[in-house]
Design a protein around this ligand. Sequence first.
Ligand SMILES: Cc1cc2nc3c(=O)[nH]c(=O)nc-3n(C[C@H](O)[C@H](O)[C@H](O)COP(=O)(O)OP(=O)(O)OC[C@H]3O[C@@H](n4cnc5c(N)ncnc54)[C@H](O)[C@@H]3O)c2cc1C
Ligand SMILES: *[C@@H]1O[C@H](CO)[C@@H](O)[C@H](O)[C@H]1NC(C)=O
Length: 415
Amino acid sequence: MRVAIIGAGAAGLSSARHAIANGHECDVLELAPQLGGTWVYTDEVGTDRYGYPIYSAMYQGLRTNLPKEVMGYPDFPIPEQEKSYLTQAEILNFLNLYADNFNLRPHIKFNHHVMDVRPVECNKWLITSINKPTKEEIKDVYDAVMICNGHYNEPTTPDLPGQELFRGRQNHSHQYRSPESYMGQRVLVIGAGPSGLDLALHISAVASYVVLSHHLKEQIEYPSNVIQKPDVRRIRGGEEIEFVDGSCCRFDSILYCTGYKYSFPFLHESCGITVSENHIEPLYKHMIYTDRPTMCFIGIPFNVCAFQMFDLQARYFIKGLGGRLLPSSDMMRVHMENDMQARWARGYTKRQAHLMGPDQKAYYDDLASDADLETIPNVIVKLRDESVKKLYNNLLYFRENRYKILDENNFVQVH
Ligand SMILES: Cc1cc2nc3c(=O)[nH]c(=O)nc-3n(C[C@H](O)[C@H](O)[C@H](O)COP(=O)(O)OP(=O)(O)OC[C@H]3O[C@@H](n4cnc5c(N)ncnc54)[C@H](O)[C@@H]3O)c2cc1C
Ligand SMILES: *[C@@H]1O[C@H](CO)[C@@H](O)[C@H](O)[C@H]1NC(C)=O
């Protein structure tokens, strides 16, 4: 079959690898001039030299928030070295090593921006892309499409009452590159996901003070010029901001670390995929389009062992392409409805439709047993859980920890 893969990040690369290994002919369409997606750092923000939006949210000085023992692919681990928490450049190198090891580069069409995807007869797909340097429009028909366009690209920002009154700078973490522009400033960082936690720390090194506004139950340990406050109530004036506990504080800049939303601007409405409040429908097992199972989305679930899961999902989809693995579209819909009902009943909100966290091991095991594939070992999930706990309990020092995997179930901390 001819398989199109949209995106050459960690998900697209592992999709290409498995598509090729199973004898499919594959094109990877990638809008950037290089592979690696999120892990590519660029000073540029806004638009690139061809007038297209800059994709990556990567910033200077980023070190991973998961140990390399968790971040490799199942049968292609990150090579052994002195530390567990790697730099952006080291992960990017690893992805290049992966691509070269499986000879993926000849399949990647760089600088190709996918503009439109729509179904044509027999569950095939017509894909239109633009070759950015030449502006040439390319239309091609594929038997299957794997959507690997990432989801840290389309920022969400809250509507704060009085927002228009604020005279300082307001940016989203997607635009953040380095702390210099916050030198000596009074900075409000909103949101305590991985980015907010990390950027409050980076910026505190140069800022006069940083207020981190969040609604976590626990307080995070920070240097003394980082103050934690609850949610913002409203912006009162040019620089004054009031919090829900009634306290007020003055700021020169606001940095929104308020996350992202799923976005598939290239999917024509005739594809029949909808996204509402971050719930993508209708997907079987959070990845396969029930109505036309020659389309899949790799990497939608979050709070997961990302590269490991991409690889498992890719193997699942490729196996489904060839054979009798997938049930009928009607049965896939029923399965999806039941799965989502069970999730709502367990307390997941609509925004958490694809959150895995405590359910991730069951998700991996289900994919694996369904398609007779090797699952993701327990030790990987356990080590991830341990690392996430340390991120919150020991933000300042957890990246100095070193781990070693002993077997399928056990790891040790060696430093
Ligand atoms: C700042 C930051 C830090 C992170 N840190 C960690 C970490 O420490 N550990 C961890 O496991 N995960 C981390 N993540 C999550 C990270 O996103 C995943 O690890 C993983 O890199 C996602 O891979 P992906 O292939 O799904 O998406 P991406 O890496 O985003 O790749 C998507 C690719 O698709 C391309 N693309 C998009 N739209 C189009 C189009 N229309 N046409 C053609 N190409 C297109 C993009 O150019 C990009 O190359 C972090 C994310 C961010 C933003
Ligand atoms: C940050 O926001 C300001 C407006 O508040 C804008 O002028 C500036 O370009 C933004 N910075 C970046 C890096 O995008």
